[in-house]
Design a protein around this ligand. Sequence first.
Ligand code: NAP
Length: 491
Amino acid sequence: MTTQNGDTSKSQPRFLIIGAGMSGILSAIKLQEAGLDDFAIYEKAERLGGTWRENTYAGVACDVPSHLYCYSFAPNPEWSHRFSPGAEIQTYFEDVAKRYGVSDRIRYGTEIRRCAFEDGRWRIETTDGDTDEGDFVIAATGVLHHPSYPDIEGLDSFEGVCFHSARWNHDESLAGKRIGVIGTGSTAIQVVSALVPEAEKLTMFQRTAQWVMPQENPAYTDEEKRDFREDPTILEQLRGEISQLFADNFSNAVVDASSPQLQLIEQVCRLNLETNVKDADLREKLRPDYRAACKRLIMSDDFYAKIQRPNAALVTEGIERIEAKGIRTTDGHLHELDVLVLCTGFRVDRFMRPMEVVGRGGLTLEDAWEKRPFAYMAISIPEFPNLFMLNGPNGPVGNFSLIEVAELQFSYIMQLVDQVRSGACGEICATRSASDQFDEDRVEAAKNTIWQSGCSSWYLDDRGVPAAWPWTFDRFREEMAAPKLADYQLS
Ligand code: NAP
């Protein structure tokens, strides 16, 4: 086997990183750190940042605390708030990528069309027809990046301005407009809270009510930031504390629907609704009929206040169709609108697709994932050797820091890579039997999770099984500490 450098061994393999979002940048930095400098990063867009590049909607912010939502090796003393705005997070990734010498190595505007395992190596082809090859593929292609457009009659007939939250139209001023928002997910809640103050009228079209966890978002003072800058141990300690708090009170609780922590979360959300929504009719409209955290829990300190403003309305009648002038609901009423914002989420089963991925013996990913996407430990797919996913199918989702998840996954992947580098094998991927067992255990464990307690959400697959890590975050950490090599085929 010959690498592009002419090496005949795989001790210095070549890596093809697909995607320059949070996980792709992480991969490049970690490879450099390990002295594995032979890699290429392919990015279809003209800018890095993944989800934070794509999501520039009004009010965009991360609901994971900032000091946890950053790389462990690149703490940021400058975060402005406990939960920082999206633009600040985008800048953070750009700064880190630059600081670690990764930005210049990204091949922007280069979409991979095909990725095939041939003669022991991965060969890729871009949409422009260029090719490259490498020993390993790191699929850092993200999860929430293919907008899901609602299948509502007449959507195309709307004469006003209409866009998806992840395709925000910044050319259009929304001030003084009659704005309609479809959806009540994490995105819609942030969008509504941000737009109510500037809209002439904002109408939120709700299909399902949401539990809302009140969450203060104080700004860090200059003194605090100075302390963070001057003493890195403060930040380290803060990160550790937030991570533990998050794991104990949330991440480990959502996988046990009967946990006391979940009951407490429910109480806090109910109290928030009872105390902060004055009008009894509106309160009942906003009251969910399923358990808190079954859908992704909404964190907001101002949504209830904003939706009660005189220029805001919550519509719970179903949408009959969209017409030239606005939305017609099932009660026959036409809600006239100038702007329609679709906060209708993402197609979450895409992962690396639409890229054509071909594994051993010509097996395509489309065939391997014919029923639904899966990957052993969310990382490796049988018959797709030396290809590893970050934040792949059935991994931790919940309200976790996906950065923490990706860092743990990457160090696990490096241990698989080491098997090849040490000469123990040339190819490595999960066995089918280990993958089947993993899936069986996962489906069984998922029955205890809050996600399967009776609501619909993007976490659920076509069978109604949460496509998520159904065990505690501590167990995830333990599993990621060292791969069980018996679950892998080394050849
Ligand atoms: P989402 O959670 O999938 O919500 C989509 C919303 O659109 C739901 O309220 C859904 O209603 C509604 N909807 C879809 N089709 C509809 C239709 N035909 N008619 C009426 N309503 C329709 O999407 P999202 O809010 O964009 O959030 C997706 C994920 O992104 C989040 O769960 C989170 O993981 C991530 N996110 C994170 C943050 C953050 O702060 N970290 C912020 C935003 C997003 P139903 O509930 O009835 O299905």
